[in-house]
Design a protein around this ligand. Structure first.
Ligand code: FES
Length: 157
């Protein structure tokens, strides 16, 4: 982790106003923000640890726990809800044995539920990483998940 932190810190001066971008880069590098990394960031940008922890917990974009290789976001907005998002949610939870904001034991997937993502015409919709999948039903969703599972097993996804 030290090496990863040094890589990030090398692009910054170590000033207070760099806190958020430094945290973002550390998260990108490590995948989440471990406590130890936040302490190092506090030292680097010279702010109290409590301030770093405060910022990291305030913004939804920061994650304090390890996350899966693939992030599933199921839209639970009105249009998606009306078109059966809850059935898809139930199936995802059963298939992957996860709860909302949970990560599968094998670290392949993290499951999140989100508000409207602006693709209501394709409802119900989910995204996996940066790809959007629309007009879902539970079986279609299962097939999509299977393709990501194979990718992950094959090494680089
Ligand atoms: S409600 Fe799901 S994309 Fe808009």
């Amino acid at each position: 982790m030290e090496e990863q932190l040094n890589t990030v810190f090398a692009s910054y001066k170590g000033e207070k106003n760099e806190l958020i971008p430094v945290l973002q880069d550390v998260q990108e590098e490590i995948g989440y923000l471990p406590e130890e990394a936040m302490r190092e960031v506090a030292r680097f940008v010279r702010v109290p640890e409590s301030k770093v922890f405060g910022v990291a917990t305030f913004y939804a974009r920061f994650h304090l726990q390890p996350r899966g290789n693939h992030i599933i976001r199921l839209c639970c907005g009105t249009a998606c809800h009306v078109r059966g998002a809850s059935k898809i949610a139930d199936r995802i939870k059963t298939e992957l044995d996860v709860e909302v904001n949970g990560t599968t034991e094998d670290m392949k997937f993290t499951y999140e539920e989100v508000a409207c993502i602006g693709a209501c015409g394709l409802a119900p919709v989910m995204t996996i990483d940066k790809t959007t999948f629309g007009k879902l039903d539970p079986d279609k969703m299962k097939k999509i998940l299977a393709t990501f599972g194979e990718d992950a097993e094959g090494g680089e996804a």
